[in-house]
Ligand binder design. Structure first.
Ligand code: MRU
Length: 333
Protein backbone atom coordinates (compact mmCIF):
# COMPACT_ATOMS: atom_id res chain seq x y z
CA UNK A 1 0.00 0.00 0.00
CA UNK A 2 2.96 2.34 0.42
CA UNK A 3 3.21 4.85 -2.40
CA UNK A 4 5.63 4.43 -5.29
CA UNK A 5 6.65 8.10 -5.14
CA UNK A 6 10.27 8.29 -3.96
CA UNK A 7 11.25 11.87 -3.21
CA UNK A 8 14.52 10.84 -1.52
CA UNK A 9 16.67 8.02 -2.94
CA UNK A 10 20.10 7.09 -1.57
CA UNK A 11 22.49 6.03 -4.35
CA UNK A 12 25.49 5.36 -2.05
CA UNK A 13 27.67 8.09 -3.53
CA UNK A 14 24.91 10.69 -3.93
CA UNK A 15 21.43 11.60 -2.80
CA UNK A 16 18.79 11.82 -5.53
CA UNK A 17 15.96 14.24 -4.76
CA UNK A 18 12.76 14.66 -6.72
CA UNK A 19 12.68 18.44 -7.19
CA UNK A 20 9.38 19.47 -5.60
CA UNK A 21 9.65 23.05 -6.86
CA UNK A 22 8.67 22.04 -10.39
CA UNK A 23 6.11 19.28 -9.72
CA UNK A 24 3.63 18.36 -11.09
CA UNK A 25 4.44 20.00 -14.43
CA UNK A 26 7.93 18.49 -14.49
CA UNK A 27 9.47 15.39 -12.93
CA UNK A 28 13.06 16.55 -12.45
CA UNK A 29 15.72 15.05 -10.18
CA UNK A 30 18.64 16.65 -8.36
CA UNK A 31 21.72 14.59 -7.59
CA UNK A 32 23.41 15.96 -4.46
CA UNK A 33 27.04 14.88 -4.03
CA UNK A 34 27.97 17.08 -1.07
CA UNK A 35 26.40 18.03 2.25
CA UNK A 36 26.37 21.63 1.02
CA UNK A 37 24.20 20.65 -1.94
CA UNK A 38 21.82 18.78 0.39
CA UNK A 39 21.60 21.82 2.72
CA UNK A 40 20.86 24.08 -0.24
CA UNK A 41 18.16 21.68 -1.54
CA UNK A 42 16.48 21.71 1.89
CA UNK A 43 16.69 25.48 2.22
CA UNK A 44 15.34 26.03 -1.31
CA UNK A 45 12.57 23.47 -0.69
CA UNK A 46 13.53 21.10 -3.51
CA UNK A 47 12.90 18.57 -0.73
CA UNK A 48 10.39 19.57 1.96
CA UNK A 49 8.09 18.14 4.60
CA UNK A 50 9.38 17.55 8.13
CA UNK A 51 10.28 13.84 7.95
CA UNK A 52 11.71 14.07 4.41
CA UNK A 53 14.11 16.88 5.32
CA UNK A 54 15.29 14.90 8.37
CA UNK A 55 16.00 11.90 6.15
CA UNK A 56 17.77 14.04 3.52
CA UNK A 57 19.90 15.75 6.19
CA UNK A 58 20.96 12.36 7.63
CA UNK A 59 22.24 11.29 4.20
CA UNK A 60 23.88 14.73 3.88
CA UNK A 61 26.03 13.92 6.94
CA UNK A 62 27.16 10.66 5.29
CA UNK A 63 28.28 12.63 2.22
CA UNK A 64 30.10 15.13 4.48
CA UNK A 65 32.18 12.66 6.48
CA UNK A 66 32.89 10.48 3.48
CA UNK A 67 34.54 13.49 1.81
CA UNK A 68 36.21 14.78 4.97
CA UNK A 69 35.91 12.95 8.34
CA UNK A 70 36.68 16.16 10.28
CA UNK A 71 33.68 17.83 8.72
CA UNK A 72 30.97 16.28 10.92
CA UNK A 73 30.34 19.24 13.25
CA UNK A 74 30.44 21.88 10.53
CA UNK A 75 28.05 19.86 8.32
CA UNK A 76 25.79 19.18 11.31
CA UNK A 77 25.38 22.91 12.06
CA UNK A 78 24.94 23.86 8.40
CA UNK A 79 22.23 21.22 7.85
CA UNK A 80 20.49 22.00 11.16
CA UNK A 81 20.22 25.65 10.12
CA UNK A 82 18.78 24.91 6.67
CA UNK A 83 15.16 25.12 7.96
CA UNK A 84 14.25 26.12 11.52
CA UNK A 85 10.74 24.87 12.41
CA UNK A 86 10.65 21.15 11.54
CA UNK A 87 12.31 19.47 14.51
CA UNK A 88 12.61 16.16 12.63
CA UNK A 89 15.66 17.73 10.99
CA UNK A 90 17.57 18.19 14.27
CA UNK A 91 16.18 14.93 15.65
CA UNK A 92 17.62 12.98 12.68
CA UNK A 93 20.95 14.84 12.89
CA UNK A 94 21.22 14.10 16.62
CA UNK A 95 20.60 10.41 16.00
CA UNK A 96 23.43 10.51 13.47
CA UNK A 97 25.70 12.32 15.96
CA UNK A 98 25.04 9.58 18.54
CA UNK A 99 26.34 6.97 16.08
CA UNK A 100 29.30 9.10 14.99
CA UNK A 101 30.41 9.74 18.57
CA UNK A 102 30.32 6.05 19.51
CA UNK A 103 31.57 4.39 16.29
CA UNK A 104 33.27 7.02 14.10
CA UNK A 105 32.91 5.05 10.90
CA UNK A 106 31.11 5.97 7.73
CA UNK A 107 29.48 2.55 7.25
CA UNK A 108 27.71 2.82 10.62
CA UNK A 109 26.64 6.35 9.79
CA UNK A 110 25.25 5.25 6.44
CA UNK A 111 23.39 2.34 8.09
CA UNK A 112 21.82 4.76 10.58
CA UNK A 113 20.61 7.08 7.79
CA UNK A 114 19.04 4.12 5.98
CA UNK A 115 17.42 3.07 9.28
CA UNK A 116 15.94 6.55 9.83
CA UNK A 117 14.55 6.41 6.29
CA UNK A 118 13.06 2.92 6.61
CA UNK A 119 11.66 3.52 10.10
CA UNK A 120 9.79 6.57 8.85
CA UNK A 121 7.91 4.51 6.26
CA UNK A 122 7.04 1.84 8.88
CA UNK A 123 5.83 4.54 11.30
CA UNK A 124 3.66 6.12 8.62
CA UNK A 125 2.03 2.80 7.79
CA UNK A 126 1.27 2.29 11.50
CA UNK A 127 -0.13 5.82 11.87
CA UNK A 128 -2.21 5.22 8.76
CA UNK A 129 -3.88 2.23 10.43
CA UNK A 130 -4.43 4.05 13.73
CA UNK A 131 -5.79 7.21 12.13
CA UNK A 132 -8.05 5.36 9.68
CA UNK A 133 -9.73 3.65 12.65
CA UNK A 134 -10.95 7.03 13.84
CA UNK A 135 -12.78 7.84 10.61
CA UNK A 136 -16.39 6.84 9.96
CA UNK A 137 -17.22 5.12 6.69
CA UNK A 138 -18.13 7.64 4.00
CA UNK A 139 -15.81 10.18 5.64
CA UNK A 140 -15.50 13.66 4.19
CA UNK A 141 -12.23 15.24 5.22
CA UNK A 142 -10.16 18.38 4.69
CA UNK A 143 -6.37 18.23 4.56
CA UNK A 144 -3.77 20.99 4.33
CA UNK A 145 -0.33 21.33 2.74
CA UNK A 146 1.39 18.15 1.51
CA UNK A 147 1.95 15.40 4.04
CA UNK A 148 2.18 12.44 1.68
CA UNK A 149 4.91 10.26 0.25
CA UNK A 150 6.58 13.43 -1.03
CA UNK A 151 6.95 14.82 2.50
CA UNK A 152 8.12 11.62 4.20
CA UNK A 153 9.92 8.31 3.77
CA UNK A 154 6.74 7.03 2.05
CA UNK A 155 2.95 6.71 2.51
CA UNK A 156 2.71 9.98 4.48
CA UNK A 157 1.42 11.24 7.82
CA UNK A 158 -1.98 12.95 7.40
CA UNK A 159 -2.15 11.84 3.77
CA UNK A 160 -1.06 8.39 4.96
CA UNK A 161 -4.19 8.24 7.15
CA UNK A 162 -6.26 9.26 4.12
CA UNK A 163 -4.52 6.60 1.97
CA UNK A 164 -5.11 3.88 4.58
CA UNK A 165 -8.74 4.96 5.06
CA UNK A 166 -9.26 4.95 1.28
CA UNK A 167 -7.91 1.39 1.12
CA UNK A 168 -10.60 0.48 3.69
CA UNK A 169 -13.24 2.22 1.51
CA UNK A 170 -13.91 4.82 4.19
CA UNK A 171 -13.26 7.99 2.20
CA UNK A 172 -16.14 9.66 0.37
CA UNK A 173 -14.32 12.92 -0.39
CA UNK A 174 -11.07 14.71 0.36
CA UNK A 175 -10.96 18.48 0.11
CA UNK A 176 -7.36 19.61 -0.10
CA UNK A 177 -6.40 23.23 0.34
CA UNK A 178 -4.18 24.87 -2.26
CA UNK A 179 -1.82 26.00 0.59
CA UNK A 180 -0.71 29.51 -0.27
CA UNK A 181 1.82 30.74 -1.09
CA UNK A 182 3.91 27.75 -2.11
CA UNK A 183 0.93 25.64 -3.29
CA UNK A 184 2.00 22.35 -1.70
CA UNK A 185 -1.68 21.35 -1.77
CA UNK A 186 -2.57 22.38 -5.32
CA UNK A 187 0.65 21.01 -6.82
CA UNK A 188 1.78 18.10 -4.64
CA UNK A 189 -1.16 16.74 -2.64
CA UNK A 190 -3.42 16.97 -5.70
CA UNK A 191 -0.78 15.04 -7.68
CA UNK A 192 -0.56 12.28 -5.06
CA UNK A 193 -4.35 12.02 -4.62
CA UNK A 194 -4.86 11.83 -8.36
CA UNK A 195 -2.23 9.10 -8.76
CA UNK A 196 -4.02 7.03 -6.09
CA UNK A 197 -7.46 7.76 -7.58
CA UNK A 198 -8.76 9.04 -4.25
CA UNK A 199 -11.90 11.18 -4.73
CA UNK A 200 -10.72 14.73 -4.12
CA UNK A 201 -11.40 18.38 -4.85
CA UNK A 202 -9.12 21.37 -4.51
CA UNK A 203 -10.26 24.36 -2.43
CA UNK A 204 -8.76 27.81 -1.90
CA UNK A 205 -7.39 28.12 1.66
CA UNK A 206 -10.01 30.77 2.39
CA UNK A 207 -12.86 28.44 1.33
CA UNK A 208 -12.45 25.96 4.21
CA UNK A 209 -14.67 27.68 6.79
CA UNK A 210 -17.39 28.25 4.18
CA UNK A 211 -17.19 24.58 3.18
CA UNK A 212 -17.59 23.51 6.83
CA UNK A 213 -20.61 25.78 7.16
CA UNK A 214 -22.50 24.30 4.23
CA UNK A 215 -21.39 20.67 3.95
CA UNK A 216 -20.92 17.88 6.49
CA UNK A 217 -17.17 17.50 7.07
CA UNK A 218 -16.08 14.81 9.54
CA UNK A 219 -12.41 15.55 10.14
CA UNK A 220 -9.66 17.99 9.32
CA UNK A 221 -6.45 15.91 9.10
CA UNK A 222 -3.03 17.58 9.13
CA UNK A 223 0.63 16.77 9.78
CA UNK A 224 3.06 18.60 12.06
CA UNK A 225 6.52 20.15 11.98
CA UNK A 226 7.00 20.32 15.73
CA UNK A 227 4.81 19.35 18.68
CA UNK A 228 5.55 20.91 22.07
CA UNK A 229 5.36 19.06 25.40
CA UNK A 230 1.80 20.31 26.02
CA UNK A 231 0.54 19.18 22.58
CA UNK A 232 0.63 22.62 20.89
CA UNK A 233 1.42 21.90 17.25
CA UNK A 234 3.35 23.88 14.64
CA UNK A 235 2.34 23.12 11.07
CA UNK A 236 1.96 24.88 7.73
CA UNK A 237 0.59 28.41 7.90
CA UNK A 238 -3.21 28.24 7.81
CA UNK A 239 -3.46 25.17 10.05
CA UNK A 240 -4.46 27.27 13.07
CA UNK A 241 -7.24 28.96 11.08
CA UNK A 242 -8.52 25.53 10.02
CA UNK A 243 -8.55 24.36 13.66
CA UNK A 244 -10.50 27.44 14.77
CA UNK A 245 -13.03 26.99 11.97
CA UNK A 246 -13.29 23.25 12.72
CA UNK A 247 -14.12 23.86 16.39
CA UNK A 248 -16.71 26.49 15.41
CA UNK A 249 -18.45 23.98 13.11
CA UNK A 250 -18.18 20.82 15.23
CA UNK A 251 -15.63 19.25 12.85
CA UNK A 252 -13.00 17.01 14.50
CA UNK A 253 -9.33 17.95 14.16
CA UNK A 254 -6.59 15.31 13.83
CA UNK A 255 -2.79 15.79 13.88
CA UNK A 256 -0.69 12.91 12.55
CA UNK A 257 3.05 12.85 13.34
CA UNK A 258 5.79 10.37 14.23
CA UNK A 259 7.57 10.54 17.59
CA UNK A 260 10.51 12.39 15.96
CA UNK A 261 8.22 15.42 15.51
CA UNK A 262 7.78 15.90 19.27
CA UNK A 263 10.10 18.36 20.98
CA UNK A 264 9.73 18.10 24.75
CA UNK A 265 12.30 20.87 25.19
CA UNK A 266 9.58 23.26 24.01
CA UNK A 267 7.16 23.50 26.92
CA UNK A 268 4.50 25.11 24.75
CA UNK A 269 4.00 26.34 21.21
CA UNK A 270 5.26 29.80 22.21
CA UNK A 271 8.78 28.33 22.25
CA UNK A 272 8.64 26.89 18.73
CA UNK A 273 10.65 28.97 16.22
CA UNK A 274 8.50 29.99 13.26
CA UNK A 275 10.25 30.18 9.90
CA UNK A 276 9.73 33.36 7.89
CA UNK A 277 10.53 33.18 4.21
CA UNK A 278 11.23 35.97 1.70
CA UNK A 279 8.50 38.50 0.90
CA UNK A 280 9.02 37.62 -2.77
CA UNK A 281 7.21 34.28 -2.20
CA UNK A 282 4.06 36.34 -1.56
CA UNK A 283 4.54 39.35 -3.78
CA UNK A 284 5.24 37.30 -6.89
CA UNK A 285 4.66 33.85 -8.34
CA UNK A 286 7.34 31.91 -10.24
CA UNK A 287 9.19 35.09 -11.10
CA UNK A 288 6.04 36.99 -12.15
CA UNK A 289 5.20 40.04 -9.99
CA UNK A 290 1.76 39.96 -8.34
CA UNK A 291 1.83 42.84 -5.83
CA UNK A 292 2.96 46.39 -6.73
CA UNK A 293 6.71 46.81 -7.00
CA UNK A 294 8.59 47.21 -3.68
CA UNK A 295 5.50 46.24 -1.65
CA UNK A 296 6.48 44.70 1.71
CA UNK A 297 5.08 41.39 2.99
CA UNK A 298 4.99 39.33 6.20
CA UNK A 299 5.54 35.67 5.29
CA UNK A 300 5.52 33.29 8.26
CA UNK A 301 5.29 29.78 6.78
CA UNK A 302 4.11 27.94 9.91
CA UNK A 303 1.70 28.66 12.73
CA UNK A 304 0.87 27.06 16.08
CA UNK A 305 -2.42 25.32 16.81
CA UNK A 306 -3.11 25.22 20.56
CA UNK A 307 -3.59 21.70 21.97
CA UNK A 308 -7.11 22.58 23.15
CA UNK A 309 -8.24 22.69 19.48
CA UNK A 310 -6.84 19.20 18.73
CA UNK A 311 -9.22 16.24 19.10
CA UNK A 312 -6.76 13.47 18.22
CA UNK A 313 -2.99 13.23 18.04
CA UNK A 314 -1.94 10.14 16.08
CA UNK A 315 1.63 8.87 16.49
CA UNK A 316 3.16 5.46 15.69
CA UNK A 317 3.16 4.86 19.47
CA UNK A 318 -0.59 5.33 19.79
CA UNK A 319 -3.46 7.79 19.72
CA UNK A 320 -4.00 10.55 22.26
CA UNK A 321 -7.44 12.15 22.38
CA UNK A 322 -7.63 15.81 23.48
CA UNK A 323 -3.87 15.96 24.21
CA UNK A 324 -2.50 17.50 27.41
CA UNK A 325 1.00 17.74 28.88
CA UNK A 326 0.39 14.52 30.86
CA UNK A 327 -1.01 12.45 28.01
CA UNK A 328 1.77 13.59 25.64
CA UNK A 329 4.37 12.58 28.27
CA UNK A 330 2.67 9.19 28.71
CA UNK A 331 2.59 8.64 24.94
CA UNK A 332 6.32 9.25 24.60
CA UNK A 333 7.10 7.17 27.65
O1 MRU B 1 7.14 24.10 4.18
P1 MRU B 1 6.91 22.63 4.02
O2 MRU B 1 6.32 22.25 2.71
O3 MRU B 1 8.15 21.82 4.36
O4 MRU B 1 5.83 22.31 5.14
C1 MRU B 1 5.34 21.00 5.28
C2 MRU B 1 4.29 20.89 6.31
O5 MRU B 1 3.91 21.85 6.94
C3 MRU B 1 3.74 19.53 6.60
O6 MRU B 1 2.41 19.61 7.02
C4 MRU B 1 4.59 18.91 7.73
O7 MRU B 1 5.95 18.93 7.41
C5 MRU B 1 4.18 17.54 8.08
S1 MRU B 1 4.46 16.49 6.69
C6 MRU B 1 4.63 15.03 6.93
Amino acid sequence: MSSVVRPVAWLSDSLRLLDQRVLPQEERYLDCRTAGEVGEAIHAMAVRGAPAIGIAAAYGLVLAVRAQPDDFDRAFEMLAASRPTAVNLRWALERMRGVWLTRRDVASLEAEAVRIHEEDLAQNLRMGELGAELLPSGARVITHCNTGALATGGHGTALGVIRSAHARHRIAMVYNTETRPWLQGARLTAWELQQERIPARLIADGAAAHLMSCEKIDWVIVGADRIAANGDTANKIGTYALAVAARRHGVKFMVVAPSGTFDLRCRSGAEIPIEERPASELTGFRGQPVAPQNYDAFNPVFDVTPAELIDALVCERGVVLAPTRDTVAALLG
